[in-house]
Design a protein around this ligand. Structure first.
Ligand code: A3P
Ligand code: MG
Length: 258
């Protein structure tokens, strides 16, 4: 199986596991988030060990083996992105939909680049991979259908200070949503036009979403316009912009000034 298909299959299967735990474990909140993180991590890393035994792995939920710094190929995994939203479950076993599973593959070729990625949105039953085939505009992740105004999606719990300034610059509005993967896929799905973040994040929060968004021709960078660089010793990668390419200059003029 090629790397893209494997990324997609692992993210999808981990998402199904997470839905099952959410519906049947009786857990909620933090305990559900912890159980989901652990089970999804065990599943994805177990499968990678079987199917790609020579590759290194960086995962939010496993100890960081620094052997990855000299490895030619590194899988960058977030077993549950939007853990807080995943744990937010209602009595019917449903709940919030803005959480994701991230599986990306980094290669040292050409100075280091993302060569595959998949973002599953299990609560919506969809998985996006780094495929250039255009994604048809799709509603269903945002609570409200979009109107005429461009939309900027930001963190619900830690929105950047410049959120409104970015929205004003493009004549748009701010929409809060959980999960970096869900927000990036909201841009891929056409439910939003830009995702901006600042103030803290790690490589696993953005690697797979960026691999998918880049394949769709979206602009992805740090808020100062510089490239996002992965598989670093320090995995802290605190800010990003993912947007429609025609909005890039206007948005980065605002975010770079912060
Ligand atoms: N200031 C910050 N510092 C560290 N991580 C942050 C952060 N803001 C957001 N994140 C991480 O980015 C992901 C998306 O956050 P948000 O939903 O707020 O947009 C979450 O990942 P996890 O759910 O995998 O922990 C969250 O922990
Ligand atoms: Mg995350």
């Amino acid at each position: 199986m090629d790397d893209r298909s494997l990324a997609g299959e692992l993210a999808t299967a981990a998402g199904e596991l997470l839905l099952d735990i959410r519906a049947n474990s009786g857990l909620t909140g933090r305990a559900l988030g912890d159980a989901g993180d652990r089970r999804s991590d065990d599943y994805i890393l177990g499968r990678l060990a079987q199917l790609r035994p020579d590759d290194a792995v960086l995962s939010e939920e496993s100890a960081d083996d620094k052997a990855r710094l000299i490895a030619p190929r590194v899988w960058i995994v977030d077993p549950v992105d939007g853990t807080r939203e995943y744990g937010n479950v209602d009595d019917a076993g449903g709940g919030r939909r803005d959480w994701a599973v991230h599986v990306a593959l980094w290669s040292s070729t050409g100075g280091g680049t993302l060569i595959a990625g998949a973002v599953a949105l299990p609560a919506l039953g969809v998985t996006y991979v780094d495929d250039p085939t255009p994604v048809a505009p799709t509603e269903g992740l945002a609570d409200l259908p979009r109107g005429d105004k461009p939309r900027v999606v930001v963190s619900g719990s830690r929105p950047p200070t410049f959120s409104q300034a970015v929205a004003d610059a493009i004549g748009g509005e701010v929409l809060q949503m959980g999960s970096a993967g869900a927000k990036a896929m909201a841009v891929v799905r056409g439910e939003a036009d830009a995702y901006v973040h600042a103030g803290g994040q790690y490589e696993w929060d953005s690697a797979a979403p960026v691999a998918v968004a880049q394949a769709q021709g979206l602009w992805c960078s740090r808020i100062d316009g510089s490239p996002l660089v992965y598989n670093q010793d320090d995995t802290y990668l605190p800010d990003l912009v993912i947007c429609r390419p025609e909005l890039r200059d206007t948005i980065i003029a605002v975010t770079a000034a912060e």
